[in-house]
Design a protein around this ligand. Sequence first.
Ligand code: ADP
Length: 469
Amino acid sequence: MKDLNALRAARVDWFESQGREQRIKDYIVLANQLVLQRQASFFAAAVLASFYFDAVSTLTCYAAVVLTELLDQLLGRQSRAWDGEDPVVGRRILKRIALNTTLSAIAISIFIVNMALQQTSGSHFTPLFFLFSASLFAAMYNSQMTGILILRLAIYGLAFLFIAFLDVVRFLPPLSSPIWLEFFTILFVLYFIADTSAKFYRSYEERLAQMKRLEEENERTKAALEVKSQFLSTVSHELRTPLTSIVGSLELVNHGVLGEVPDKLKPTIGMAAKNAQRLSTLINDLLDLQKIEAGEMKFDFQPIEVNDLVTEAVESTAGYAGKLGIEVTTVPCAEDCRVMGDRSRLIQVMNNLLSNALKFSDEGGTVKVQVEALGERVRIAVHDEGVGIPQGASERVFGKFSQVDSSDVRKVGGTGLGLNITKQIVERHNATIDYVSELGVGSSFYIEFDRLTDCEEADTDLEPVAEVA
Ligand code: ADP
């Protein structure tokens, strides 16, 4: 059994190494896409030929061509069902393609040779032109499989040579005769077709190789991202625990719990506490980002009263606002404004918007949080009278590690991750976030959610909604 599996794996490898699966799929897809174009040309040729040549034999040959086309359609349907895994099925399809190609090329050649046979004088322009078109069509669209292309072109080549020799044998003309001119022209055309086919084949091969390179590149990038994400997660987790204890200890010292702090030490300890807090924020943001990107952030969706959510967030930032001397006012929603959301994640979103509004405002300013119903939507707006954001900075505002004012005029700290995380959380709620701002006047950030109706809430009562991003 083990041997059988090994043999099977080796056959799959062989099959893949030949790129056969892709080639067969490309061949079938293209053949199906061009079916109308092919049928239209065959039909036009049949109408023309049956008018000027013997209608019965022409239409009989045309019927044979249509029959081989039907066989191709049948094969196309079977091949689409093939998952590309089983090389045995792949080989079977290949054999059928070879058989269909032989039958179709013979039917087309007979259709054309039949015309040439009926022309007893003059050149064979019409049949030769048909044959040339058929060969060019194959060269352009059958380059996925060399063997199949060569098979078809070989059969057309024989038809070309048959027509070329037909009049030479029939009339045994002198070398100066136009019959010989036509003969040599046919040889030239054969060379031209072979050359064109080789060019199309090479460009297809290049495209395949390019696709393979892109796939490999993509795999390498994915692997590198995975390693980066794991590294980030491990380092952040390892840093978080000791840092939490450093922040806690510094706070105890700062608040004099461990005894009076000498005045000389106060600024140093204050700075250490502030920086430790900044580090801790950065690490928490990094962990959140990593979780979101790895699709591991859990969302526990519940009906939420937006007014309550806003009150809670405003209360939790009240201390910070007081320290900065900024007044925070709220305008609650006058109607019933509920949304489906993860409460703690939405508090995180509100805290980020509020702390940005506060830290970018001047002392004595006002921050206003407004909740309103807009038809089927609920909007939370956070307005401030702070420094504002220059025009065209939206990508930086919502980007990763990007801050609009990263120059030395920047007074406030931050990681440049908050709004990126906020946006991703908001989008996981099927909501939108945007802002309007004017430099020196202030900014307003808006989040809009779908409003929860009573019926929807009744549905959610039946089954709790929990989702992993
Ligand atoms: P940060 O940690 O730097 O605050 P954010 O992702 O929260 O990172 O914000 C990105 C940038 O957007 C900020 O650095 C700031 O330049 C700009 N910004 C965000 N909110 C405001 C605001 N209310 N007023 C002015 N600028 C803002």
